[in-house]
Design a binder for this molecule. Sequence first.
Ligand code: PLP
Length: 352
Amino acid sequence: MSRFWSPIVHSLIPYVAGEQPTTGGITKLNTNESPYGPSPLALEAISKAASDTLRLYPDPTARELRMAIAESFGLDKDEVFVGNGSDEVLAHTFQALLNHEEPLLFPDITYSFYLTYCRLYGITFRQVPVEAEMRVRLDDYRQPCGAIILPNPNAPTGIGLPLADIESLLKAHPDQVVVIDEAYVDFGGESAVSLVRSYPNLLVIQTLSKSRGLAGLRVGFAVGQRPLIEALERVKDSFNSYPLDRLAQAGAVAAWKDRDWFERHRAMIIASRERLAAALAELGFHVLPSSANFLFARHPSRPGAELAAELRSRNILVRRFSAERIDDFLRISIGTDEECDRLVAALGEILH
Ligand SMILES: Cc1ncc(COP(=O)(O)O)c(C=O)c1O
């Protein structure tokens, strides 16, 4: 605390990112990164971009990347907005589209950055409780509101909603923006991108951090009809004209176009997830059904904090949240099969 702070800083609740260890020898299953390095074509493009052209500012409009994304979805580049990780895209979305007189609705168990943005931008919000089995119940969103944001699949539960449910939510709220945060959609969820042309109130946000193995490059994007995208551009150009550097733009274009790498690696992660879910169930864990690159699991006889600490002492990192209702759950990112085996062996040792 300091007398030099602007008043708002006192009321912020900063997001706490998962641990990024600085030493080797750690099995890192705590921040939902891909266990596989990105497409070699992306690495090649980044190397090529690391040249004397770095003295020049990057394209402020990231035209080529927006075109590549738009083309793959059958959209126009002006229906795509890109940013420095989907966190930045989300931040601009909260400021540009979600701050209204009526409250913004989102689940009580969800991505904790939403609460952080509400504090940062002074947004009125209401958290809608998920049901006992941690599912989002869409009927609970049939209430007056300023806007809605839902991750699909939800985080940290991993539970997905069918596209038909998202469409009925859009129909029920024609005068409110509905944001679907699809950070994990490539691991078995149903994307709402196909609904963008039909619903002017829909904004879909995705990232290259997870299914493209590029968390370190910081690239995310939103797709929506032109008026929504224009609002994001107005905020972006009032904040930072160049959120994506030359390396990020080059790497992201190449990664996006490498469908073969993408399809192969997401299939590997889904297969590892199913394998790990079965092994955890065998150890007595209650594992929520996941459509993401992580599992959310609780053991009936051991507190989550104790399990996480025991794993940490064995150099295995998983994520645990201290919020009510989920404090006994571990959120386990899907690693390689070898990393998952290491986790299962350690848990077997701890539990028996
Ligand atoms: C639900 C959700 N949305 C968005 C993000 C942000 O991802 P990034 O900023 O790496 O694109 C995350 C990151 O873990 C997430 O869990």
